[in-house]
Write a protein that binds this ligand. Structure first.
Ligand SMILES: *[C@@H]1O[C@H](CO)[C@@H](O)[C@H](O)[C@H]1NC(C)=O
Ligand SMILES: *[C@@H]1O[C@H](CO)[C@@H](O)[C@H](O)[C@H]1NC(C)=O
Ligand SMILES: *[C@@H]1O[C@H](CO)[C@@H](O)[C@H](O)[C@H]1NC(C)=O
Ligand SMILES: *[C@@H]1O[C@H](CO)[C@@H](O)[C@H](O)[C@H]1NC(C)=O
Ligand SMILES: *[C@@H]1O[C@H](CO)[C@@H](O)[C@H](O)[C@H]1NC(C)=O
Ligand SMILES: *[C@@H]1O[C@H](CO)[C@@H](O)[C@H](O)[C@H]1NC(C)=O
Ligand SMILES: *[C@@H]1O[C@H](CO)[C@@H](O)[C@H](O)[C@H]1NC(C)=O
Ligand SMILES: *[C@@H]1O[C@H](CO)[C@@H](O)[C@H](O)[C@H]1NC(C)=O
Ligand SMILES: CC(=O)N[C@H]1CO[C@H](CO)[C@@H](O)[C@@H]1O
Length: 877
């Protein structure tokens, strides 16, 4: 009987549950009609009665901010809004008044003793909610983007048509608990106002049950049995005492039932009781982060009965068995561990779409990109997402650090003089508590959760910290809670955060990471990077006018609308452009600028991840780093590893090299070559080949080394001598093979100047460290042409997906520098998503390599272009 219930629930959930037939059923409001309150006259209670004429209202989806709804209704066109400065010309008038969301739902009043609840998951910024002419809650009590609430609306249900009306109030990021973008980008005209998360109706009998919370006694060592603790809150909504039974079923990854359990519960009228059930589990299957193992997920479902009649059913809840801890080490730096192994965090900061439009397929691509780059953790800075994101992270083995937002209302503390958020008053604490309870409840069971950070730039005050921590404990949060993402201060209840936020956010040279100050590679960097992520030409043309494209390389000092907000230091590319012009030489045109930008960006992200990896077990260990940022809310010019159109960039492939699980890398400052390993199971012999050649292909150094692999550690395996013989620029190639059977593990090529960039550490700001002398790569632009032949083997055409192997063969005696391969569609636009095994390739003389690519496109070709090779095109035939 249970498996059947499971099947039925699955079916109901997947079609959006059009009815509330039995206790335990959920109905997600499938869509809304949307209108500005300025267009509507009369009383809202009246408007929430059936039969009112709302035909002229916009029809929008179930989760839709006002702007997302207006775009879906063709009032605005996002392609146009995102082009040039068009976004700036949107008239803000209507966004300064509330907007109305109205839905008509066909329902039946439940039998006596049953209930229908209205369940919300957060409405921005605050909401008045009406149902069939009754005000259910006012905006003084329904506030906060993440505050979910439940209201018993049973007495108001009618047979036939019922109306739910939500008035969403305008959002001011400084005043309201919302999802702001701080300095990331211009703000959406509506500041994210609206019903951005689902609204549901839930039917139950006299007793309702919460979603389960799950804990295990697994502590990270091998075991053939453990105990799973399943907890639920039951509540008696009736006037008489009741005895109910909570029945549970647990399935393993393959769908086999591994346990059934049950517990009785006595419930006094209108009282809540938490039920805890200890479930023994034999031969548990352990969940691992993607690079370390499999992601088996168990499923739990609970059903509560009274005299054998079902009164409520929980959703199917997945959980994984793993053990996450963090500690602040002797250097006051946070170190995470997963299943007993030190977990070096390789992460990047996530942004939702500017209009908070959520597309799970897009998130899946983003996660695949992250794993492809070797990243293991996503940081959601103040952007806790929809439940599907956590489900996907569980399935794909990507860890998640969630937390509240920097600046704005969230950090309105007396001691925060950096930001203008309105200071918290008495009324804010219950809103904060509701939001924390809701998010903790939603993410509690997810094995992908690595931690939750309560504040970002600033730590919450003692009272707010206690509210947050108590709420998390109430929800049985088993993972680390960290006070903030910086080391400015901390609340007593949590102690030091162990995370540094000392920049940089703007450009710094690659050797920065090998320093010993600021954001250099030591400790845990919660958000930092060289501010890179320049899109390629095909993308640039989609959102920049020709005048803006000219500005990009001709006026390097000028601010750009598609950088950051215009009152921010990141509105400019001055620091970046100075570095580019000085190091690579003045661009000869837009193409040349974009190519040089990719070189800068590649160097920047590779060095950051390599620096942290090399020092993972240094005397002051680098315990993790979050690249700032992973992606952008709109088409943007920086702070991303792939662009808004999902095109991987130079910054992507720099990361993909630097974050490899097994890798060989060069410390620019010490001149040492390191073998890096991020895998607990690494063992066996490794063979490393070091080659330094000049621009003519002449060897300056050749070394072969064989060493033992060392798990979760980095060690020096060679020293690069011969820099003094570099005349202008030299290429350093590091190859790593495992032996036997001698499979290539890593291939890594650097371009080195006669001297490194020189940093002026004492003049560092919160966002950059100035450079007083630049490395000189200008000779790269003067290289002779290399003859590279390319050929293609399409191995899997059809089913929409194409896989191909591209062979690049350098027939010359000189290196072929920084070759980019792009899959181009018939309109000449770069195809995305696209998965390249490697890109922005440098080939040694006579070197030949195979690259694999996977993408979806019907008519396409592959363009090969680069530093010193002639552009060529590979057609599919
Ligand atoms: C939005 O505008 C672009 C460019 O003008 C156009 O190609 C596209 O079809 C428009 N989209 C819609 C939904 O009208
Ligand atoms: C959005 O929030 C900002 C404060 O962060 C405020 O200045 C602006 O007026 C708000 N926009 C609207 C339309 O209310
Ligand atoms: C399914 O998983 C269970 C428990 O993890 C295991 O005992 C069983 O052998 C598996 N069955 C199959 C068909 O793989
Ligand atoms: C770590 O932090 C504590 C508390 O702020 C401080 O007393 C101690 O000196 C710090 N230790 C180091 C090594 O910085
Ligand atoms: C900066 O942006 C704001 C908001 O988009 C706009 O009103 C203002 O004119 C801009 N200022 C400049 C100097 O571009
Ligand atoms: C890091 O670990 C490796 C392997 O155990 C060891 O060879 C190396 O010396 C360690 N590094 C430091 C700085 O202790
Ligand atoms: C910091 O910069 C100023 C001018 O920009 C310069 O005069 C000073 O020497 C620099 N400080 C150091 C320590 O280099
Ligand atoms: C193309 O790839 C397939 C599959 O890897 C292989 O069997 C075939 O020999 C390759 N063809 C050429 C011409 O290399
Ligand atoms: C034409 C040519 O010289 N091709 C050479 C390219 O390099 C590989 C080794 O990496 C040689 O095997 C090819 O002969």
């Amino acid at each position: 009987m249970f498996p059947q219930t499971l099947l039925l629930l699955f079916a109901a959930l997947s079609v959006g549950a059009s009815s509330l037939k039995s206790p335990g059923d959920t109905l997600v409001v499938p869509g809304w009609q949307l209108q500005s309150s300025l267009q509507v006259s009369g009383d809202l209670a009246e408007l929430s009665l059936p039969g009112r004429d709302v035909d002229s209202w916009y029809r929008v989806g179930r989760r839709s901010t006002v702007m997302a709804g207006l775009i879906a209704s063709d009032v605005y066109n996002d392609t146009r809004l995102f082009y040039s400065e068009n976004l700036n010309s949107v008239d803000l008038t209507t966004f300064k008044s509330p907007w109305l969301y109205r839905a008509e739902l066909t329902l039946e009043p439940p039998p006596t003793d049953q209930h229908i609840f209205l369940v919300t998951h957060g409405i921005t910024s605050k909401a008045d909610i009406y149902f069939n002419g009754q005000k259910i809650v006012g905006s003084e009590d329904h506030q906060g983007a993440f505050a979910g609430h439940r209201f018993d609306i049973t007495p108001h249900i009618r047979a036939g048509s019922n109306v739910l009306l939500i008035q969403a109030h305008p959002t001011n990021y400084l005043r309201d608990f919302a999802q702001g973008f701080v300095d990331w980008n211009p703000y959406p005209p509506d500041n994210g106002t609206g019903v951005w998360r689902d609204v549901e109706l839930k039917r139950t009998g006299p007793v309702s049950v919460s979603s389960p919370r799950i804990l295990t006694d697994y502590k990270g060592s091998d075991t053939d049995h453990l105990t799973v603790l399943v907890k639920v809150d039951t509540e008696n909504h009736g006037q008489k005492a009741l005895e109910a039974i909570v029945h549970g079923i647990m399935l393993s990854e393959n769908g086999t039932q591994v346990s059934r359990f049950a517990a009785p519960v006595q419930l006094q009228p209108r009282k809540k009781v938490t039920v805890s059930m200890h479930v023994p589990l034999q031969d548990p299957e352990i969940w691992w982060p993607a690079a370390w193992g499999k992601q088996p997920l168990y499923t739990v479902q609970l059903r509560v009965t009274i005299q054998e009649k079902t009164t409520d059913v929980t959703p199917l809840t997945k959980f994984g068995i793993r053990h996450v801890t963090s500690r602040v080490n002797a250097h006051n730096d946070t170190e995470f561990s997963v299943n007993g192994h030190r977990f070096h965090v390789k992460s990047a900061g996530y942004s939702p779409d500017m209009f908070l439009r959520f597309d799970i397929d897009r998130v899946q691509t983003i996660f695949q990109y992250m794993l492809d780059m070797g990243l293991n953790t996503i940081r959601l800075e103040g952007k806790p997402e929809h439940p599907e994101l956590y489900d996907l992270a569980d399935r794909m083995g990507l860890m998640v650090i969630s937390g509240w937002e920097c600046c704005d209302k969230w950090e309105g503390w007396d001691y925060n003089t950096d930001a203008n958020g309105v200071k918290w008053t008495e009324k804010d604490y219950p809103i904060a508590e509701a939001q924390m309870l809701h998010e903790a409840d939603m993410i509690q069971t997810h094995p992908s959760m690595l931690g939750f950070i309560l504040g970002s730039d600033f730590w919450p005050n003692d009272r707010a910290s206690k509210v947050f921590v108590d709420a998390m404990r109430r929800m049985d949060w088993p993972n680390p809670i960290i006070a903030s993402a910086s080391k400015r201060g901390y609340p007593e209840i949590l102690g030091p955060s162990g995370m540094k936020m000392d920049g940089p956010y703007d450009w710094v040279p690659p050797n920065y990471w090998y320093g010993s100050e600021m954001g250099a590679a030591f400790g845990f960097g919660s958000e930092q990077g060289a501010g890179v992520g320049t899109p390629e030409m095909s993308s640039l043309k989609r959102f920049m006018s020709s005048a803006e494209l000219e500005t990009l390389w001709r006026k390097p000092e000028k601010g750009l609308y598609h950088m950051a907000k215009n009152d921010s230091v990141f509105y400019y590319r001055k620091i970046y452009n100075k570095g580019l012009f000085e190091r690579y030489g003045q661009p000869t045109g837009l193409d040349d600028y974009v190519r040089k930008a990719q070189m800068m960006d590649y160097e920047a992200t590779r060095a950051e991840f390599e620096g942290f990896a090399i020092r993972q077990n240094a005397s002051r260990p680098a315990t993790g780093v979050v690249y700032w940022m992973l992606n952008s809310a709109w088409p943007n010019l920086h702070w991303q590893l792939f662009d808004y159109y999902l095109q991987p960039l130079g910054s992507y492939f720099g990361t993909k090299i630097g974050a490899r699980q097994e890798h060989v890398a060069y410390d620019y400052e010490a001149g040492d070559v390191y073998l890096i390993n991020h895998l607990p199971q690494a063992k066996g012999k490794r063979h490393i080949t070091v080659d330094l050649i000049d621009l003519n292909g002449k060897s300056l150094l050749h070394q072969d080394v064989t060493v033992d692999a060392t798990p979760l550690a980095s060690k020096v395996v060679a020293k690069v001598n011969g820099q003094d013989r570099i005349k202008d620029v030299a290429f350093l190639r590091l190859l790593l093979d495992d032996v036997p059977p001698r499979r290539p593990q890593s291939r890594n090529i650097y371009w080195l100047s006669t001297h490194n960039d020189v940093l002026d550490w004492t003049n560092s700001t919160w966002y950059t460290t100035p450079v007083t002398k630049y490395a000189d790569f200008t000779a790269l632009s003067k290289m002779k042409k290399a003859a590279v032949s390319s050929s293609m083997n399409v191995t899997k055409p059809g089913d929409g997906i194409t896989k191909a192997i591209i062979t690049l063969d350098n027939k010359s005696d000189i290196p072929a520098f920084f070759i980019r391969l792009a899959v181009v569609d018939k309109r000449g636009q770069d195809v995305a998503p696209v998965y390249w095994s490697d890109n922005y390739i440098t080939l040694f003389p006579k070197e030949k390599i195979d690259l694999s690519v996977e993408f979806e496109a019907s008519e396409w070709s592959i363009e090969v272009s680069g530093g010193n090779v002639d552009k060529s095109v590979l057609d599919r035939h």
